[in-house]
Design a protein around this ligand. Structure first.
Ligand code: ATP
Ligand code: LTN
Length: 334
């Protein structure tokens, strides 16, 4: 607990351009629940270098992502928005936790299997121990809840196992975190292959709406979105393309799928796609404007980085010192 509130931790990697899926599935949820918790939202740049990155590009994207957190509505006075690489405790705790993690546990991780297949020329030890660093992120702040997508549940399960294992040996050191899954329907699918999730690493740029796409591009992508030949706007498993568009429209307008079916009864897909596109533009336009505005204010963003980096360091160090003492490292002389 911090300030009588439960603690929430989450993070995103600054790799690739964020999509509408990242926004509706993650960032928007973060904004909705942030008042209930003491929140830490990290730009997890240590995780990013598990695959090769261009240094200038990584630096640029990391700053963009941090700015986007704020543009999306996370108040940096209330939420700790910071770079993982500015808090050395992440790497230090990860090392200690590495010594409590079994090779067999990491061998089972599906993300490792997927990523090593994708980057066969660079299967490095960091990629293998990625989940341990993620566990360190979460445990360092004694987080109670971690909002993540389903794909991250296996990593969270490992985090819980490590916390319990460590607590079993040394007493109550870590809070055992719970996953926080957003509302169902928040999984946004590809506009070109609606049975696959919309993903920032998709090679087909028509499959994803990027948060920084302009109005014409967004409208064009929705016009080209793959649907079916039923010709009727219905929320059903048999119509994955239309179902996805209903989910998007619903997430952007707050209308229920049932209301949306009624609204478009007897109308063609053309009309519906236009409406979905416009609802997305209405959500993204203010976000983009706010992002542009914030990006220009270098001093403000720098101050957020500095202040929140210090705040994160304060809480991280508190846990880290406790852990170091428990495992038997010598006391610091002050
Ligand atoms: P990549 O394509 O590089 O694997 P990604 O777009 O799948 O990336 P992540 O960086 O893995 O995104 O995820 C960031 C956050 O966004 C996670 O919390 C994840 O659950 C969420 N997210 C990603 N894609 C979607 C989607 N299509 N619908 C809903 N949530 C999503
Ligand atoms: N692995 C996550 C990003 C991530 C994370 C975290 C999420 C790194 N550390 C801690 C929640 C909590 C991803 O790829 N989406």
């Amino acid at each position: 607990m911090i300030n009588d509130k439960k603690v929430l931790f989450s993070g995103m990697q600054a790799t690739g351009n964020l999509t509408l899926g990242n926004y509706l599935g993650a960032l928007k949820n973060w904004v909705n629940i942030c008042d209930e918790y003491e929140c830490f939202y990290s730009v997890v740049d240590l995780h990013s270098i598990t695959v090769r990155q261009d240094p200038a590009e990584l630096r640029k994207r990391a700053r963009q992502l941090l700015t986007l957190y704020i543009a999306a509505g996370l108040d940096p006075k209330k939420n700790c928005i910071y770079y993982q690489s500015h808090v050395s405790g992440h790497a230090e705790l990860a090392w200690i936790l590495n010594c409590f993690t079994y090779m067999g546990e990491l061998n089972r991780m599906t993300q490792f299997k997927d990523k090593s297949a994708k980057h066969a020329d660079n299967i490095n030890a960091g990629l293998f121990t990625y989940p341990v660093l993620m566990a360190a992120d979460i445990l360092l702040y004694q987080a109670d809840v971690v909002p993540v997508g389903k794909d991250q549940l296996q990593h969270l399960e490992l985090t819980r196992d490590l916390a319990q294992r460590f607590n079993g040996v040394y007493g109550d050191v870590f809070t055992v975190p719970e996953p926080y899954l957003g509302k169902v329907g928040a999984k946004i699918m590809s506009l070109q292959e609606p049975t696959k999730k919309m993903s920032k690493s998709d090679e087909n740029s028509n499959a994803s709406v990027y948060l920084m796409d302009d109005t014409d591009t967004i409208m064009r992508k929705f016009k080209r979105a793959v649907t079916d030949s039923e010709g009727c706007v219905r929320y059903s498993e048999e119509q994955p393309g239309i179902r996805n568009l209903i989910d998007i429209y619903s997430a952007c307008t707050g209308k229920t799928p049932q209301d949306i079916e009624k609204e478009f009864e007897g109308r063609g897909y053309g009309d519906f796609k236009m409406a979905v596109g416009e609802s997305v533009v209405a959500v993204l336009k203010p976000l983009q404007e706010r992002f542009e505005e914030l990006s220009k204010d270098k001093a403000y963003i720098d101050e957020v980085i500095k202040e929140n980096g210090e705040k994160a360091n304060y809480y991280a160090t508190k846990t880290l010192r406790k852990v170091q003492k428990k495992v038997g490292f010598p006391e610091r002389i002050r």
